[in-house]
Design a protein around this ligand. Structure first.
Ligand code: EPU
Length: 421
């Protein structure tokens, strides 16, 4: 198992390019199931989660070919509309195959994802939505068995705002008979990116980005080309890292409009942000100010940036109150930050972060993807060396993170468990 070694205390300076968004690429790869014609996707990040999704589609008989940043997926036939437990347990986003499979094949067998490190994460809304569209669903031995000759358009109101739930039903509705209206839909930019891809494939989706999405079902979809949007969470993570290290960094290929809540918090915390067409520059000369935040669905502050902002707040001038409202167990990084000397108390889903004078390098363990990013940032801020164990979490969602940070001047390297590099 690989580890990361970070020598903290270096300013970050320079320019790096943002990769394509993991959470846009994953649903869009599944959208390829909706047509027998090739879907040509550019700006696809090289991430373990994307590879897992390719494996999943491959097991169904779908072909994928990568040429640099472009991935061509051709679901000429879908031989086995099945997402087995072995793959779903490694990547919950496999549930995104459910809607497209039922719509295209009339049947699907998809393992229930079960809980994960950050919470219980049920998929009841995905199931309820498909039932409303006329699917027959059995829950059998931990599997969702869904059948529908042709799904029927309907009006469905989500009980909770769910990103993959919205994406699943939106994809299913593209081939349904009639009009589907999704109310209380997720407004995340990744939902919009998926809608744009579906429309390029001949779907009739409108309203994505608002809480009411309308999908007029069509008989068939066709092949298309689509560029995956820039990753707003990777963008935010590097902006926080630069602010944490007191540097001056420009991110190119970024879309500032997709992370305004994060930019606002960084500015409040004492950073200077300059947004240009396609780039964001962050610089911090002033001391860090404590800022409080509360996670919530888009456009509010994203849960996927909560851990990184908490790392930043460990060295701020006062007390920050950070409340997580999306996932019930997304504070696992707190105990690791404390190993570096952070002063944080957790009361249910709220962390009270009192700024300290300095963090000191230590051995810490990554517990999930964004907690890992938080520890990398804390390692960059700490005096001395920090070793981060279990960084396979990081490889699921950050493309070449250590190369990108090294390019900005960070002292960071990957070592194998055996000690070899
Ligand atoms: N929920 C339900 N029932 C459902 C679905 C969701 O109760 O049927 C609850 C969840 O338990 C959670 C809340 O609704 O409390 C929101 O969960 P959501 O369904 O929106 O999360 P998700 O779709 O499983 C996506 C991202 C996550 C990101 C969340 C929230 C992908 C592949 N994953 O997950 O990304 O945190 O939305 O924005 O898009 C990450 O990249 O690190 C990551 C975890």
């Amino acid at each position: 198992m690989d580890k990361l070694l970070i020598d903290g205390g270096t300013r970050l300076e320079g320019e790096i390019r943002v990769s394509g968004a993991k959470n846009a690429a994953l649903p869009i790869l599944c959208a390829a199931l909706l047509t027998p014609e090739p879907l040509v996707l550019s700006n696809v990040p090289r991430l373990n989660d994307v590879r897992t999704m390719q494996t999943l589609l491959g097991q169904m008989g779908v072909r994928a070919k990568r040429d640099d940043g472009t991935l061509t997926i051709e679901a000429k036939r879908v031989d086995w509309p099945l997402a087995p437990y072995e793959l779903v347990k490694t990547m919950r986003a496999s549930i995104l195959a459910l809607g497209p499979l039922v719509a295209r094949c009339g049947e699907a067998r998809v393992s229930l994802p079960g809980g994960c490190a950050i919470g219980l994460r049920p998929v009841d809304q995905h199931v309820k939505g498909l039932l409303a569209m006329g699917a027959e669903i059995d829950l059998d031995h931990g599997y969702i068995d869904a059948k529908a000759r042709r799904l029927a358009g309907t009006r469905f109101v989500f009980d909770v705002v769910t990103v993959t739930g919205t994406e699943n039903l939106m994809m299913a509705a593209t081939l349904a008979d009639g009009v589907t209206t999704l109310e209380n839909a997720a407004r995340e930019p990744e939902v919009v990116d998926l809608a744009e891809c579906l429309n390029a494939m001949g779907a009739k989706v409108s309203g994505a980005g608002s809480d009411r999405i309308t999908v007029e079902g069509v008989e068939r979809l066709h092949g298309a080309s689509h560029p995956i949007m820039p990753d707003r969470i990777e963008t935010g993570t590097f902006l926080v890292a630069a602010a944490a290290a007191g540097g001056d960094v420009t991110l190119t290929g970024a879309r500032a409009g997709t992370l305004e809540a994060v930019l606002d918090k960084l500015a409040e915390a004492g950073s200077t942000l300059t947004v240009d067409q396609g780039s964001i520059r962050v610089a911090r000369a002033a001391p860090l100010k404590s800022v409080s935040l509360r996670t919530a669905p888009y456009p509010a502050f994203p849960t996927d940036m909560q851990a990184q902002l908490m790392a930043l707040m460990t060295l701020a001038d006062d007390t920050a109150v950070i409340t997580e409202t999306i996932f019930e167990n997304r504070m696992m990084h707190v105990q690791e930050l404390k190993r570096l000397g952070a002063d944080i108390e957790v009361e249910s889903s709220t962390a009270i972060v009192k700024g300290v004078r300095a963090l000191t390098g230590a051995n810490v363990m990554a517990t999930d993807l964004r907690a890992s990013a938080c520890l990398v940032i804390a390692g960059l801020m700490a005096e001395g060396q920090t070793t981060i164990d279990r960084i396979y979490h990081l490889d699921r969602g950050y493309e070449k993170i250590e190369q990108k940070l090294s390019a900005l001047g960070a002292t960071i390297r990957r070592v194998k468990e055996t000690g070899g590099e």
